[in-house]
Write a protein that binds this ligand. Sequence first.
Ligand SMILES: Cc1cc2nc3c(=O)[nH]c(=O)nc-3n(C[C@H](O)[C@H](O)[C@H](O)COP(=O)(O)OP(=O)(O)OC[C@H]3O[C@@H](n4cnc5c(N)ncnc54)[C@H](O)[C@@H]3O)c2cc1C
Length: 296
Amino acid sequence: MKEELMKFGILEENVSLETLNTYRIKTHTKYLLHPRNEQDVLHFFKYAKEKELDFFILGNGSNVILSDTMYDGVILKLDQLKKIEYQEHELTVGAGVMINFLARDILEHGLSGLEWASGIPGTVGGSIYGNAEAYKVSTFEYLKSVRYITPDGNIKTSFKEEISHAYRTSFFKENPGYILLEATFVFPEGEKEKSLAIIKDRLQRRLTSQPLEYPSAGSVFRNPAPDMPSGKLIDDLGLKGKRIGDAMISVKHANFIINLGNATGKDIRSLIQLIHDEVERVYHIDLILEQEIKKW
Ligand SMILES: Cc1cc2nc3c(=O)[nH]c(=O)nc-3n(C[C@H](O)[C@H](O)[C@H](O)COP(=O)(O)OP(=O)(O)OC[C@H]3O[C@@H](n4cnc5c(N)ncnc54)[C@H](O)[C@@H]3O)c2cc1C
C-alpha cells in the first residue's frame, strides 16, 4: 500500500500528530499524505474508495479532538494546496492556506474584510467547513464560490447561494464526505493602516479574554443563543478550573478547555461530557459541541 500511496503526494509514515493539532494531543497516524495538487487529491480519493481505505482531512487541527490511539488510516494534509491568485477584488485560494495569513495578505492588495480572522489559526478549508466566525463576520460573508470533490468522485464548483450555512456550520459539515479544494472570495477595497489597527485591536482583545498561553482548540461549545454565551453558563456553574487529568476548564474563559501538558483526547472528551451534563441538569440546555471529535 505504501508504494501506491506515494503516487498521490508526499507520504510520511508513523507520524506524531502532536504539533498538528492545537490541543497538542500526543497521538500518531500510520500515514500522513500531502497531495501535491488537486489531481493528486482526486486520484487518492478514488483509490481510497476502491480499497475502502479509512482517511480524513486535517486542516490546521484547530477545531478537532483527536483520539489517543494510533490512527490506522491515512490523514490528508492539504498544505500543498496553497495558491493565492488575485484578480482585482477577486481572489482564488487553496484550501490549505491559513485564514489568518490571508487576513494580512489581502491588505497588500488594497483589500479588506478578513480582519476578524486574524486570530483564527485555521485553514481556509477548515474555516468554510465550520463557517468560522468572529465579531459577527463569518467565512461565508465574502465567499463567492467553492470548488470541491463530491462523495461520488467528481470535481464541482458551487456558488455561495447554493451552499447552506449557518452559525458555526455549513453544508460540508452537515454532509461529511466532501473535500474542499479551493475557494473564491470577493473583498471590498480597504485601507491597509485602518485594517491593521482593527487587527491589532482584535488580537489584543483575544489576548486579554482567551487563554492563548495554553494549547486549546478555541471555543468548546456553540452559544445556545446570541445573547447567551456558553462561557457565561459554564462560569455561573462555578466550573472554571475544573480538571480531568491534564485537561482543565480555563479560569480565563470558561468555554475554553486547555491542555496543561499531557492531556489526552479522553481527558478532554470526559471534561466536555461533564460540562454538557451539568449545564443540562441545571439549565435544561443541550449544549452543542463546536469542536469535532475525531474518534477512531
Ligand atoms: C486560539 C483559538 C481561537 C479560535 N478562535 C475562533 C474564532 O474566533 N471563531 C471560530 O469560528 N473558530 C475559532 N477557532 C477554531 C478554529 O480555529 C476554526 O474553527 C478553524 O476554522 C478550523 O480550521 P482548521 O483548518 O484548523 O480545521 P481542522 O480543525 O483541521 O478541521 C476541522 C474540520 O474540518 C474538516 N476539514 C478541514 N479542511 C477540510 C477540507 N479541505 N475539506 C473538507 N473538510 C475539511 C476536518 O476534517 C474537520 O472535520 C479558534 C481556535 C483556536 C485554537
